[in-house]
Design a protein around this ligand. Structure first.
Ligand SMILES: [Zn+2]
Length: 424
């Protein structure tokens, strides 16, 4: 790969809502952005470069999926992660390719059965397989009787059950030994669970303190499953870095999140509830029954929670729980549509959640999420204008190029991407 100049583009740098109509992006042969902005102001390059004429297409930062499960195999929600390890690994490789091809150049794992993320992250980093930059986790960590306990069957390859601060510290240390980036903990439950619903805390304060402090000592970050206000407050109080769900908030929870908004992120992960209500009947989980379980109320509560988070300027991230049969991998950009339709964001605001804010959560060194000099050259070329209608991002035919670290990936969504190996 050499230096590249992408010109004749409509450039969305992701710093704010501006779209530059006549824009240029320059990429160095080392995979960094050296310029992104108006074509008039491009500095005279001191080196040879290849010119790519974008023909007026839209160039934007690569997106971040903030809550990924690459071990999910597009199965029934109650039959996830049932594959034997060799098949599960192949599925995960495939899912990573599909995610990158869908325009997601970064992803934050919210748990991977059998610890698949770690070799996968390493293989992606080494360029052996295509995929997003992956903040890798291992199995979910939860207490006896938590949502982690029983969700994915009985054996310890699928989850880690630990009770008491010292057992939890030991578990977190074992995750450090696996070289995890992320520790995923369950702080409350799920409406579909028979014994661990939202609102019942599944860890005590001492246990959450042990998990988070041990992870931070070891250089890992912590993400939580926290649906209720109580579970959100517990997460904020003890330093959780990214809170998943946060469906039910009270005044105190909103105030705590607002006070910590410089460091904390919230990902509603609403796709699961919506898909369950809309398509659950196909799975033997009819809408009536799911409404009785509280899923419609959960959606309604999430809408008001996100409204309050936006008013408090808490960063809200897109993504979450794709990889079920009702939310297959590669449909992750559907989340932007939910942000517009359900949460009332403008298309450009939803794009900023997917790029700038997701990038800030994915990479704490500030190297991804915007098109700015010095950042990784992670970008997407779209035949359409997602700043006017984010739904175009769901059409894989309109994602005409995905660049990660200066390498242009094409043909990722073909069933056999290796027909064009020179493109990697
Ligand atoms: Zn999840």
């Amino acid at each position: 790969m050499g230096n590249m100049l992408i010109h004749n583009a409509r450039v969305f740098c992701g710093v704010d809502e501006e779209v530059i109509d006549d824009g240029t992006v320059c990429v160095t042969d080392t995979g960094f952005i050296s310029y992104a902005g108006h074509s008039d102001d491009v500095p005279a390059p001191a080196w040879d470069y290849e010119v790519y004429d974008a023909e007026g297409k839209f160039v934007m930062p690569g997106m971040t999926e903030s809550h990924v499960h690459l071990s999910y195999n597009n199965a029934h929600p109650q039959q996830l992660n049932n594959q034997p390890l060799p098949i599960a690994m192949l599925d995960a490789v495939d899912n990573a390719r599909v995610l990158l091809g869908s325009g997601f150049t970064s992803a934050i794992s919210f748990g991977s059965a059998q610890g698949l993320d770690i070799p996968l992250r390493d293989a992606i980093q080494a360029g052996r397989v295509p995929g997003p930059r992956l903040a890798a986790s291992d199995r979910d960590l939860g207490s006896t009787g938590s949502n982690a306990d029983g969700t994915f069957g009985g054996d310890s390859s699928k989850k880690i059950i630990a009770d008491g601060p010292w057992a939890i510290r030991k578990a977190v240390r074992s995750l450090a030994k696996q070289r995890c980036d992320i520790v995923k903990i369950f702080l409350d439950g799920e409406a579909i669970s028979e014994y661990a619903p939202p609102g019942i805390l599944t860890y005590s304060d001492e246990e959450v303190d042990a998990a988070v402090s041990e992870a931070h000592i070891r250089g890992m970050r912590v993400v939580s499953h926290s649906r209720s206000a109580a579970a959100v407050k517990q997460a904020v109080r003890f330093g959780v870095d990214i809170i998943g769900h946060a469906n039910y908030l009270d005044d105190e929870a909103v105030a705590m999140l607002e006070a910590e908004r410089h460091r904390i992120f919230v990902g509603p992960g609403i796709a699961w509830e919506i898909a369950l209500l809309d398509r659950g009947a196909e799975l033997g989980l009819p809408r009536d029954a799911m409404e009785q379980r509280g899923y419609q109320r959960e959606v309604d509560e999430t809408i008001s929670a996100v409204k309050r988070l936006r008013e408090s300027k808490v960063r809200v991230l897109i993504g979450g729980d794709y990889g079920l049969n009702i939310t297959p991998h590669g449909t992750n950009a559907k989340d932007l549509e939910y942000f517009v339709d359900l949460f009332g964001m403008s298309d450009a605001e939803a794009l900023l959640c997917a790029t700038r804010d997701g990038g800030a959560a994915a990479n704490t060194d500030g190297m991804v999420g915007t098109l700015e000099e010095g950042k990784f050259a992670d970008l997407v070329i779209v035949d359409g204008d997602p700043s006017m209608d984010v739904r175009v991002l769901q059409n894989h035919k309109k994602i005409v190029g995905v660049m990660k670290g200066g390498v242009m990936h094409c043909g990722l969504m073909q069933s056999n991407p290796y027909i064009a190996p020179d493109k990697y």
